[in-house]
Design a protein around this ligand. Sequence first.
Ligand code: XMP
Length: 528
Amino acid sequence: TILTLDFGSQVTHLITRRLRELNVYSEMLPCTTKLSELKFKPKGIILSGGPYSVYEKDAPHVDPAFFDLDVPILGICYGLQELAWRLSKDNVIAGVEREFGHADLKADRHNSPVDRLFEGLAEDAMQVWMSHGDKLSQLPPGFCTIATTQNSPYAGIAHETKPIFGIQFHPEVTHTLRGKDLLKNFAVNICGAEQNWKMSKFIDQEITRIRKLVGDKGQVIGAVSGGVDSTVAARLMKEAIGDRFHAVLVDQGVMRLNEAKQVKETLGEHLGINLTVVDASERFLAGLKDVVDPEKKRKFIGNTFIDVFEEEALKIEKAAENTPTAGKVEWFLQGTLYPDVIESISFKGPSSTIKTHHNVGGLPARMMNGQGLKLIEPLRELFKDEVRALGRELGINEELVMRHPFPGPGIAIRILGDVTPERVEIARKADYIFISMIKEAGIYNNISQAYAALDTNRAIGVMGDKRQEGYIIILRAVVTTDFMTAEAYKFDMDLLMAISRRIVNEVDGVSCVTYNTTSKPPATIEMQ
Ligand code: XMP
């Protein structure tokens, strides 16, 4: 195991992710963890980057006992400064110019073990990504320089006799072109970590952790939507505790066409998960009547969802009363992924006011207060592609694994303006045709997210020589890796026109179809 001590940089999780890609098992713990609290002996330690300066009054510092453990240590950015600070307190100065972005790095060779970190790397210029304010002003005692950039004479340092290394740049981000090779040099060649970690090991570890956490009495509940994250989380839970896990699907009346039925088949019948489908569509549609502000739609749907969910939780608890595993519903499962965690952290910043998307932050808060529920988030450290790999490993079919994301408030935020049963029906049918035709054309997996929205305005058409006023459908399809920025998908025009023709011909009340070509930013993926 490689231990990463997290000093709070936005990219720390990428370190463990890169190590997983190298099939090296790693654990990430807060930087305040004491050596005496560790339950395992790591083969190596990485000190991550962080937003502080080591001289700040409240700056976090690593337990010095880790330095006596005699295992290799790699300090990254703040981690490098922390090494220098620990090993001699005078060597860090605030950088004259803060350094952000790309830099060209060259290795210094010594024909000694200090060369191992950059072995095979940076003979010529290696492109690295910097993001720091402080930098070293001189070498700590016993260290030598192993890499330099124009602005950082100590971009890489190593202890002359002990396996302690420090680098000023971030090897974990993709902008550092051979960063993964550097992490491999450290973890595999220097620490001797084995490359035998597989997704199936993650499953075993999570199952063990979940069982320990929830004990052998009581019920666990989780909301499912038919999306890949909640399905994978639910499947893992089912493996861990069987029928003590209860998945609940709340049909809020604004799901896609036939979706509730499909989820019932996949989760209930195919994956054998204990599933309750609550048809609350009338309650939701009644409450959505005349609500046109998208944020009000989100709030109403979010709150009503919790009401329905709480009612179900009580029923589940009651139904289990006379069974051998009777007990309270104490745990609440969420399929939160790592990017959701980052986004909900950055929620404190200015970006928070754009949309209150993340039911990650909003939804459990009220539930936790009301019921004393505790969160269980088995996917919290994973990225979407890793969750997909995990889903395949758990036997979830490819179609579900590759599904586009679908927002919690569903079609309600894709119907601009009034949400009436008639308009839901139209948006749903148009969306179904759009998605089916994308699938038939074999391009579904090339698009990250696609849907049909319904405009507030109407357009005049001419049908059978008659003037006809009808709805306007807006198609949206985007390509993105992180959903923070996105480009419109470049459709073949013949296909786009064929989609448009079918929608106008087959969906009553539609007279016009448009395609939204705006990127994010300035637009967003959902139109509201
Ligand atoms: P935007 O529209 O902000 O969307 O570019 C980025 C991603 O977030 C999804 N999204 C939501 N998901 N509840 C959700 O669960 C919401 O209210 C919501 N709004 C946007 C969107 O579908 C895209 O994947």
